[in-house]
Design a protein around this ligand. Structure first.
Ligand code: ADP
Ligand code: ASP
Ligand code: MG
Length: 449
């Protein structure tokens, strides 16, 4: 392990404008050990790019979106000292985007979509490197595609860890002493060099993967909140920041909807025992959450998470009692499409499970195909409009009174698919989406206030 190396990642709001970028640069200027900086696209830009890829737009609407993206980026660039190379590069990127956005096949071509989606990080990294230079930190842009090797699963690509380690050693490690390397989160490249992306919010994952590949000791996630909270502070102002979390608790929280960390962020940290810090780039003096392998205290309740847009699928066959292997067939279809199922409940003749269904995602399309294939072998009922609520904690399945305390806090609401006991760190259930915020508040008051 390179004990003196830190990787820092700045999210969308942290690089939203010149002022926000300057705050991030001040943080880096005070840290000699941070040699690699991963940036997200400036806030709002990726949403615009998603719209270009998915929405049916006329030429005027396309121009309008590109104009909005340009406005965000040029508002940053106008504060920077004159540099024709950078100005030309930025213009080149906007031109490239314009060309891609006007391809008639964009909405059906996953390869082109990836190129469009990667543009936000390409622009923000170009600008942020120069903001660092203004702050006296010698920095340069590093093209993450040189090292972030993934499979070709466009829109939700999986990293090739061995290749990322080898490529980072060859291409990235030799550069970090001379200059801070500013690189793109979220973006990767497959074996043929085609652009890929790691899924929405993937920049956190990029930072953790690079920390692993370079043997860093610390991965900092700088965002718009002063750490990981007991629940999403946007749901209740009673949520409070947690000074410490274990890798496992953080992994559960990320998987079950705490947007502050991409679901896969903790995987590299767990494998290589890399500490993860989460803090606010606007208020670094307020400290943050430090995520480590073992915490001193392991409370039964640590946090509550919510994941929206869940689909509940129930498959039923009257023959199930006799039909050995039915479950295996169902899960074979799910596995074939690489969908991950979080909650499962079973009865004699039916099985229910949840699918994540964020709009405009790869999952949305795969869910549709999967459900169609399931209909060939059994009766399928699909119910929508659910949110998934999870209480994250420790030793939950072996402590007395944990499930009853949680359930008695929400007796006024209909709960579906209660799942408890498969793992010491969580209890989850589905609720109707219109009640989920109230349920989180209610649970929070009983468990934490
Ligand atoms: P970034 O652009 O920096 O990656 P994100 O919007 O992806 O930022 O993540 C930060 C947001 O995550 C916060 O503003 C907050 O609303 C949300 N969030 C959800 N759950 C939590 C939690 N448990 N603790 C802190 N933030 C949370
Ligand atoms: N820019 C990407 C997104 O908005 C990745 C990230 O911000 O982490 O999803
Ligand atoms: Mg994020």
């Amino acid at each position: 392990m390179n004990s003196a190396l830190t990787i820092a990642k700045f999210g969308g709001t942290s690089v939203a404008n010149y002022q926000a970028m300057s705050a991030c640069a001040s943080i880096i200027a005070q840290q000699n050990d941070t040699r690699v900086v991963v940036v997200s696209a400036s806030a709002g830009v990726t949403n615009h790019l998603v719209s270009l890829c998915h929405d049916e737009l006329n030429a005027e609407q396309i121009d309008n979106i590109i104009a909005q993206i340009s406005t965000i980026q040029y508002a940053i660039e106008k504060h920077l000292p004159e540099n024709t190379t950078r100005t030309d590069t930025l213009k080149g990127l906007i031109d490239e985007l314009t060309l891609l956005a006007k391809q008639p096949s964009l909405r059906t071509n996953d390869m082109l979509k990836e190129q469009v989606l990667s543009m936000g990080e390409r622009m923000s990294s170009l600008l942020f490197a120069d903001v660092l230079n203004v702050h006296g930190v010698e920095a340069e842009v590093f093209d993450v595609k040189q090292v972030m090797r993934t499979d070709s699963n466009f829109g939700a690509a999986s990293p090739d860890l061995a290749q990322i380690a080898a490529l980072s050693t060859t291409h990235l490690a030799p550069r970090i002493q001379a200059k801070v390397q500013v690189t793109q989160g979220f973006v990767g490249a497959d074996e043929q060099g085609r652009t890929t992306t790691l899924g929405r919010g993937g920049s956190d994952f990029t930072a953790a993967l690079l920390a692993e590949a370079l043997g860093a000791q610390l991965c900092q996630i700088w965002t718009d909140v002063i750490g990981v909270y007991t629940t999403d502070p946007r749901i209740t102002d009673k949520a409070r920041p947690l000074p410490e979390l274990s890798f496992e608790e953080a992994a559960e929280m990320a998987t079950f909807g705490a947007k502050v960390l991409h679901p896969a962020t903790m995987e590299p940290a767990l494998r290589q025992d890399i500490k993860v810090f989460v803090g606010s780039s606007k208020e670094p003096e307020k400290g943050g959450t430090i995520i480590v392998r073992d915490c001193e205290v392991e409370p039964p309740y640590r946090a509550i998470t919510r994941r929206k847009e869940q689909v509940m699928v129930t498959v039923k066959t009257p023959k199930m009692m006799y039909a050995q292997g039915f479950l295996a067939k169902v899960f074979e279809i799910i596995a074939k499409h690489e969908l991950s199922v979080d909650l499962v409940t079973t009865s004699e003749i039916s099985v229910s499970f949840t699918l994540d269904n964020p709009p405009n995602s790869v999952a949305e399309r795969l869910n549709r195909v999967t459900i169609e294939e399931l209909q060939d072998i059994c009766d399928v009922t699909v119910e929508r409009g659910f949110d998934l609520i999870t209480v994250v904690g420790n030793h939950m399945q072996t402590s007395v009174g944990v499930s009853s305390k949680i359930l008695s806090a929400v007796t006024d609401y209909q709960l579906r698919m209660i799942c408890f006991g498969a793992n010491p760190h969580n209890m989850s259930f589905l609720v109707q989406e219109q009640h989920s915020a109230d349920i989180v508040k209610q649970l929070h008051s009983v468990l934490f206030e």
